[in-house]
Design a protein around this ligand. Structure first.
Ligand code: EPU
Length: 442
């Protein structure tokens, strides 16, 4: 993977129009939801990214027929009529590339009475434990057993609705509860739930399938279990992380990018920050135009947080843009303990970024005084110069790419294939925006 290199000739402002399709962090979950139904489902606006291929593979291993009817409109048909057990070795072969397998647990426990989770992959941005997931599944009545190849789960009887309070509003754990509670016996009450737009879209999918779910304004979700679920037809919400990534690329390269498909509602917090930094935006019916002002960018202090806060996934691309802002910017990362690893490469390219263990913000954070460098102070503007860098994780990798595009001179960005996990056709989009680069796979 580290052998695929993008040689980027930076310094050219990105100009033009690109399109974002369905959200990676929703589409994969909606595909898992299809496993709960007795009838086929149709998911629209599905992007061609590697995470979708991984979930397709996992579903097929479990007997679900998955068919991409029309790649141009991203129409995916999922038929779960013949769900079956998969071989542990086959599931394991998919391990390491995605964290989605953990969300198969509830649906498989309902359909087959058992499930197996291999060692999980995903991005290297922190410990990424699964303790909340396992605790939630135990509360529904699942028996959880650690085995050498992974974790084996069984449901000795029908899973039971329960009262759950999450220690932190975790996105994945909230999805775990939803995907399990909808077919459990009785009512489940979830407190301290995550309420990201991708979760709301998942709730919409489950409701279309026949689930009964209500969401209160105080992070409480109530689910009344039902005996049977049908299929769904649903169009995914757009990928607001990808949209914001391109917006930051416009800022960092002094460019002007129209992101078709981007939607204001899910991006309001980002749009406020973009504007405060000095970016110019124009919200249209079919997308959002993001451009650099003629003058300089402003520094800013911000903290990442769960929705409706500033997403942690927006942080990495924004930090690249902040290297071009005048003055000191402060970013306090409160979702992951270790999401500033990517700044090392930026420093090598000339950025002035200092990391601190202290919480440099007003939010009480789980990582203060615990030896995690989770606050960053960025001093700008600094000229970035080309460098030889390696992609550390999905969002950090895209940020490296933005930095290379903004830098003077030539950069070699290694391990670029990782970006295919979550950014659809990113090279075609770079072409459309006039980026100067070559890719070599060895
Ligand atoms: N956490 C635990 N124990 C758990 C689960 C989570 O301590 O059992 C902690 C995590 O370590 C983290 C925090 O809770 O510190 C939040 O994690 P969360 O469960 O919300 O994250 P996730 O569901 O694993 C999803 C996205 C991430 C995104 C986060 C936060 C997917 C596939 N991934 O992860 O997206 O950063 O929510 O919004 O939906 C990405 O797209 O690049 C990405 C990393």
């Amino acid at each position: 993977m580290n052998d695929d290199v993008l040689t980027v000739h930076g310094g050219t402002p990105l100009h033009g129009s690109i399109e974002v399709r369905g959200a990676k962090n929703f589409v994969s979950k909606a595909m898992v939801a299809a496993l709960l139904g007795e009838e086929p489902s149709r998911l629209l606006n599905v992007p061609q990214i590697r995470d979708v291929a991984v979930v397709t593979g996992l579903l097929e291993l479990h007997g679900v027929t998955v068919c991409l009817e029309d790649p141009a409109v991203g129409e995916l048909h999922l038929d779960p009529s013949n769900v079956e057990r998969a071989a542990v070795a086959d599931i394991d072969a998919h391990a390491g590339s995605s964290r989605i397998p953990i969300l198969f647990c509830g649906p498989l426990l309902h359909r087959l009475g058992q499930a197996f989770i291999p060692d999980l992959g995903g991005c290297m941005i922190g410990g990424r434990p699964i303790n909340y997931h396992l605790e939630v599944l135990r509360q529904f009545g699942a028996a959880v057993e650690k085995k050498p190849q992974g974790i084996s789960l069984t449901a000795p009887q029908r899973l039971q609705g329960t009262k759950i309070e999450l220690p932190y509003p975790s996105v994945g754990s909230t999805e775990q509860v939803l995907l399990t509670a909808v077919r459990a016996e009785g009512v489940t009450e979830l407190r301290n739930a995550a309420t990201e737009p991708e979760i709301m879209d998942l709730i919409a999918v489950l409701q279309k399938m026949g689930a009964i779910i209500s969401v209160d304004t105080d992070r409480v979700i109530r689910i009344e279990g039902v005996d049977r679920l049908g299929g769904f037809v649903h169009r995914s919400l757009p990928d607001r992380i990808e949209a914001a990534s391109w917006a930051c690329a416009a800022l960092a390269t002094k460019g002007d990018i129209t992101v078709k498909g981007a939607r204001q509602l899910e991006m309001m917090t980002f749009l406020n920050v973009f504007r405060k930094v000095g970016g110019v935006l124009d919200v249209r019916d079919d997308g959002i135009r993001f451009s650099h002002p003629t003058g300089s960018l402003n520094s800013i202090a911000l903290e990442t947080d769960v929705h409706p806060g500033f997403m942690t996934d927006w942080q990495q691309p924004l930090v690249v843009a902040l290297t071009q802002a005048s003055g000191l910017s402060i970013v306090h990362e409160t979702v992951y303990e270790n999401r500033f690893g990517f700044t090392r490469a930026l420093r090598e390219m000339g950025a002035q970024i200092q990391l601190y263990r202290e919480c440099l913000g007003r939010l009480p954070c789980r990582f203060g005084h615990r030896n995690f460098r989770h606050s960053a102070v960025i001093s700008g503007p600094t000229k970035l110069h080309g460098a030889d860098i390696t992609v550390p994780d999905l969002r950090g990798g895209f940020s490296h790419l933005i930095a290379a595009l903004a830098a003077e001179g030539t950069s070699h960005v290694r391990g670029i294939g990782l970006i295919d996990r979550g950014y659809e056709h990113f090279q075609q989009k770079l072409d459309a925006l006039g980026a100067q680069y070559e890719r070599s796979d060895s």
